[in-house]
Ligand binder design. Structure first.
Ligand code: GSH
Length: 240
């Protein structure tokens, strides 16, 4: 059994998609990052960086195995199930380079763009807004160019690189990405949305979010965007 300790953000969803694609037994254990549950002593044991997602594989190598970092989790689960990470060396490294492209660029840059568009809206921050929005648009073009060469991000086979990238790309319309300018990206995005596992992820995402909002009623939210507060929360949790 795979226990997924998470919130269905893009980083959480990529693991949900893989679990649904593999059809192995798994369950979602809600860790509400809006109310600070990522700073609990139990969660810090699973994820010392106080982030979601984390997994526990109750039948891991040598016993129950705990992991943080969504990219590492995807590689682990792909290797465990023998799916979506080719054994052919070239295809495998193609998949890993595009997975790491998502982890190092798409996730962090889209995340910063979202932060300055939605959280830090001051007019004096226009430089940051432009920097991350332009970078996000450039990354969509990298994806569009790549998907003009092959059916899936890593090549001719659907892989964990597609699963990692898709949830981050859902907001393409808000970023000014249109079908005419990014046709290869759009073709891929539609192919992703046609997959039953992706549809199941999207349905579960809505349900889990509703369940988590209900459970959080009356609990004070934490401001996870305040990095100084986060450092203090971690220091406090580490003492307990
Ligand atoms: N590189 C990490 C990033 C994880 C991450 O940033 N998770 C966010 C949600 S998407 C989180 O847990 N934020 C809570 C916090 O910063 O306190 C991964 O891919 O797993």
């Amino acid at each position: 059994m795979i226990e997924l300790y998470s919130t269905p953000t893009p980083n959480g969803q990529k693991v949900m998609i893989l679990l649904e694609e593999c059809g192995i037994p798994w369950k979602h254990i809600d860790v509400n990052i809006r109310t600070g549950e990522q700073f609990s002593a139990e969660h810090l044991k699973r994820s010392p960086n106080n982030k979601i997602p984390a997994i526990v594989d109750t039948e891991g190598p040598g016993g129950p195995y705990t992991m943080m970092e969504s990219g590492a989790i995807l590689i682990y689960l792909a290797e465990k199930t023998g799916k979506f990470l080719s054994k052919d060396p070239r295809k495998r490294y193609d998949t890993l380079q595009w997975l790491i492209f998502q982890m190092a660029h798409v996730g962090p840059m889209f995340g910063q763009a979202g932060h300055f568009n939605n959280q830090a809206k001051g007019p004096e921050l226009q430089y940051a807004r432009d920097r991350y929005n332009n970078e996000a648009k450039r990354l969509y073009k990298v994806l569009d160019n790549r998907l003009g060469e092959c059916a899936w991000i890593a090549g001719d086979e659907y892989s964990i690189a597609d699963m990692a990238t898709y949830p981050w790309c859902k907001g393409y319309a808000d970023r000014g990405i249109n079908k005419a300018e990014y046709p290869n990206f759009m073709r891929w995005f539609e192919a992703m949305e046609a997959r039953p596992a992706v549809q199941s992820n999207n349905k579960m995402t809505t349900e889990i979010r509703e369940r988590m909002s209900k459970a959080a009623e009356g609990k004070p939210p934490v401001n996870i965007y305040d990095t100084k507060d986060n450092a203090e929360r971690l220091a406090k949790a580490s003492k307990s």
